[in-house]
Design a protein around this ligand. Structure first.
Ligand SMILES: CC(C)(COP(=O)(O)OP(=O)(O)OC[C@H]1O[C@@H](n2cnc3c(N)ncnc32)[C@H](O)[C@@H]1OP(=O)(O)O)[C@@H](O)C(=O)NCCC(=O)NCCS
Length: 181
């Protein structure tokens, strides 16, 4: 899968992305609301190799793409786990690039690649950047569960945002898609 937007390229991962994923997911502020601690280089390598290994599965359940500027500078990633007609989504961007709409632009290009599925974004309600992105994309808050799970030694709440199907009307952006790469 390969998509270009006005500012971004979304492309398949390769093993050469291990240092970039490590640079992203070793940052405490990036994994603050994730269930895992900052990743080691070995863990980042496992993540990238798992993404690559599952790419050829049919149907493809784990879809995860690297996001970069047109000059090739790594910005982050977008991902989905597809099961039973539902895609659970995630995304992360290098902190120095927050606040410029890159995640919004990337998700608007990524979601149509997933086909006709219900869409879900689940996050900690303290993860403001995440739920604001969901709302910017037109997702609707479906539930708030207090003390939903224990993460990193604390009981945390969970909000779930849903969209029945991708709403093109709210998310019109110009982008070119292709299947190469
Ligand atoms: C979640 C995350 C990707 C959101 O990043 P972000 O930069 O806030 O999101 P966007 O790229 O959509 O940018 C939106 C911000 O850019 C601003 N912006 C500037 N230009 C913009 C544009 N062209 N389009 C949209 N927004 C724009 C918006 O006003 C908004 O700022 P605000 O929240 O102060 O109003 C980021 O916080 C992150 O990587 N967090 C760590 C990983 C994580 O927790 N992921 C969630 C797991 S599900």
């Amino acid at each position: 899968m390969h998509v270009q937007t006005d500012r971004l390229t979304l492309r398949e991962f390769s093993t050469s992305d291990v240092p970039s994923v490590y640079a992203l997911e070793s940052l405490p502020e990036v994994v603050r609301y994730q269930t895992w601690p900052p990743r080691t280089l070995a863990e980042a390598s496992s993540v990238v190799h798992e993404i690559i290994a599952t790419r050829s599965e049919s149907p493809r359940q784990h879809v995860e793409l690297a996001v970069e500027l047109h000059d090739g500078a790594f910005l982050g990633l977008v991902g989905a786990w597809i099961d039973g007609g539902k895609a659970s989504l995630w995304f992360a961007v290098m902190p120095e690039a927050w606040g410029r709409g890159y995640a919004t632009e990337a998700m608007r290009a990524f979601i149509p690649l997933l086909g006709n599925v219900r869409l879900e974004i689940e996050c900690d309600p303290r993860n403001t950047g995440s739920w604001k992105l969901a709302e910017r994309l037109g997702f609707v808050r479906e539930s708030l569960t207090e003390r939903a799970e224990e993460v990193k030694g604390e009981w945390v709440d969970t909000v779930v945002y849903m969209m029945a199907a991708w709403s093109r009307a709210e998310n019109v952006v110009g982008h070119r898609t292709g299947t190469g790469g």
